[in-house]
Design a binder for this molecule. Structure first.
Ligand code: 0X9
Ligand code: CA
Ligand code: CA
Ligand code: CA
Ligand code: ZN
Length: 438
C-alpha cells in the first residue's frame, strides 16, 4: 500500500479499550483502470470470509449475492481461489455511461449525486415554508455541494440555535449520505404529526449537507467502489485530496495524522482549505452560528470528538463525553447496537486537518464524528446492505434530535462577545500552538 497508513492498527491498546475492531481501515489507493466487469458471488459467511482477503471492490448486495467490480486480475484471483461467480455485466448497461436519474441503477437504494439532487429539490418543493436548498460550493468537476436548511419561517434568519449535519467527506462511505438525508426527510415529514419534531424545527435552524464530496461519490459508484478522496488532479499526476485532512486547524501538524504525499489515501492537500469542498463547509460555517455539529462517516460504530491531532484532552472533555454518552445510550435503545465513544486521537488514531478539530478549534462547539456501522470489516466494512440503511438511520435519529434539543436549550447561554471572538478565529487565527511540518 505505498505511502498509505493504516492508522487503526497503530493504537491497538485504545482499540481494545473501546472495543473497536479493525475498523477505520484505509484501503487500496489507486483506481485500477482495467476494472470494467461485474460479477456476483453468493453471499454466505463462508464465501465472505474467503473473499475478504482478496481485497476486491464489492459494490453492493442484491438478492443474496454480492456484486463485485472486477478486472482480469480479479477474475484470476477468483479462479485461483476456486470461488464460484457469475458474470453480471450485462445487467449494468449504465456502467460505462452516464449515471441514471432514477433510484436504483448500479448503486441500488443509495443516492448518487443526481439522485440526491432530485430528492433534495423535491423536499424543498414539498415543504416550501420549512426547507430551502442552498448551493454552498462547486466542485472541481462542476457539481454543486448542497445544504438544505430546515426551520419554520425558513426564509428568515431567526435568532435561534443552529445545528449542522454533514455526510460523505469520504467517497466510499455511502451510508453517510443516507443518514443525514433521511434526517432531513424525517424532520419535514413528521413536523405536522410529532410535537417533538415540531418544537425542534420551530426553535432551531437545522442545516444538512449530506454530500460534501460529490465528485468522489460518483467516482466510487461508477469506477472504483473504494475511492476515498476528492478528485483533485495532483501535481505528481495522482488524484485526490483527503477532505478530512484539509481543514485549517493544525493542518499539517505532523506527518502521522496526515500525509504530504499526493498519492496517499490521507493526503492533506497543498494548503489548508485548498479544496472547494472544504472551503464550502468553511464558508457556510462562517456565515452561520452553529451550536453543535455531526459529520457522518463509516465504519466502526463509534462517536468521536476532538482532538484528533493530539491525545491531550480538550478543555471541554467532560461536556463532549457526557453528550456522547447520552447519544450512545439513546442509539443503543433502538436496535441494540452499542456505539463506543471517546476523543478521536485517543480512541482511534491521529488525524490532523479534520473537520471536527477545525470546527471545535475555531468555535468551541461540540463537534462529533459519528462512524456508522458496521463495527468492522468482517461486518461488511464500507459496504452496508441496502436493508441496513433504514435501521442505521433509525438508531441515529434520537441522537440527532438530542443534539438539536441540547443546542436549543443552550442557545443564548454563551457569553456576549463570543460572536466577535469567533469571527477572529474564523478569519485565520485558528492556529494550533506547536509544530507545523511541511
Ligand atoms: O480518518 C478519518 O478521517 C475518519 N475515519 S474514516 O475511516 N471514516 O476515514 C476519522 C476522523 C476522526 N478523527 C480521528 N479518528 N482522529
Ligand atoms: Ca440509487
Ligand atoms: Ca439564525
Ligand atoms: Ca423559528
Ligand atoms: Zn470517513
Amino acid at each position: 500500500m505505498n505511502a498509505v497508513r493504516e492508522p487503526a492498527k497503530r493504537r491497538a491498546l485504545a482499540v481494545a479499550i473501546f472495543g473497536f475492531s479493525c475498523g477505520l481501515l484505509l484501503s487500496s489507493p489507486a483506481a485500477p483502470p482495467e476494472k470494467k466487469d461485474i460479477v456476483s458471488v453468493e453471499r454466505t459467511p463462508r464465501l465472505a470470509a474467503r473473499l475478504q482477503p482478496l481485497g476486491l471492490d464489492q459494490l453492493f448486495e442484491w438478492e443474496g449475492r454480492v456484486y463485485i467490480l472486477v478486472g482480469p486480475r480479479d477474475i484470476w484471483k477468483l479462479d485461483r481461489n476456486r470461488i464460484p461467480y457469475l458474470l453480471e455485466s450485462h445487467k449494468f448497461p449504465a456502467l460505462n455511461s452516464r449515471p441514471s436519474l432514477l433510484q436504483g441503477g448500479i448503486n441500488g437504494d443509495y443516492h448518487s449525486y443526481l439522485e440526491l439532487e432530485t430528492d433534495l429539490q423535491a423536499l424543498e418543493r414539498s415543504y416550501p415554508q420549512m426547507a430551502r436548498l442552498f448551493t454552498i460550493g462547486i466542485t472541481l468537476e462542476n457539481r454543486r455541494i448542497y445544504a438544505l436548511k430546515i426551520s419554520d419561517n425558513v426564509a428568515l434568519d431567526e435568532e435561534e440555535a443552529e445545528v449542522l449535519f454533514l455526510g460523505c467527506h469520504h467517497a466510499r462511505e455511502w451510508i453517510s449520505v443516507e443518514v443525514p438525508f433521511l434526517l432531513a426527510k424525517y424532520l419535514l415529514e413528521n413536523y405536522a404529526s410529532d410535537a417533538g419534531v415540531r418544537r425542534a424545527v420551530n426553535e432551531s435552524e437545522v442545516w444538512i449537507a449530506p454530500l460534501v464530496n460529490p465528485d468522489g461519490l460518483e467516482y466510487s459508484i461508477r469506477f472504483y467502489r473504494y475511492w476515498r478522496k476528492n478528485r483533485r488532479l495532483n501535481a505528481d499526476g495522482s488524484y485526490g485530496v483527503d477532505l478530512n485532512r484539509n481543514y485549517g486547524y493544525g493542518w499539517a501538524y505532523d506527518n502521522g495524522g496526515s500525509s504530504p504525499e499526493p498519492a496517499s489515501e490521507v493526503y492533506r492537500g497543498s494548503a489548508a482549505f485548498s479544496e472547494p469542498e472544504t472551503r464550502a463547509v468553511r464558508d457556510l460555517f462562517e456565515q452561520r452560528e452553529f451550536q453543535a455539529l455531526v459529520t457522518y462517516h463509516s465504519y466502526s460504530q463509534v462517536i468521536l470528538y476532538p482532538w484528533g491531532y493530539t491525545t491531550t484532552p480538550t478543555d471541554k472533555e467532560g461536556l463532549h463525553r457526557s453528550l456522547a454518552a447520552a447519544m450512545s445510550t439513546l442509539m443503543a435503545a433502538v436496535n441494540g447496537r452499542v456505539y463506543g465513544f471517546g476523543p478521536s486521537a485517543a480512541s482511534s488514531y491521529l488525524t490532523n486537518g479534520d473537520m471536527t478539530d477545525w470546527a471545535f478549534g475555531v468555535s468551541g462547539i461540540p463537534a462529533y464524528t459519528i462512524e456508522l456501522p458496521p463495527v468492522d470489516q468482517l461486518g461488511g466494512g464500507f459496504f452496508n446492505a441496502e436493508r441496513d440503511i433504514d435501521p442505521i438511520f433509525r438508531e441515529n435519529l434520537p441522537a440527532a434530535l438530542f443534539l438539536i434539543d441540547w443546542s436549543i436549550s443552550n442557545f443564548g447561554a454563551s457569553p456576549l462577545g463570543l460572536r466577535e471572538a469567533r469571527a477572529d478565529l474564523l478569519r485565520g487565527r485558528g492556529k494550533v500552538p506547536g509544530r507545523h511540518l511541511r
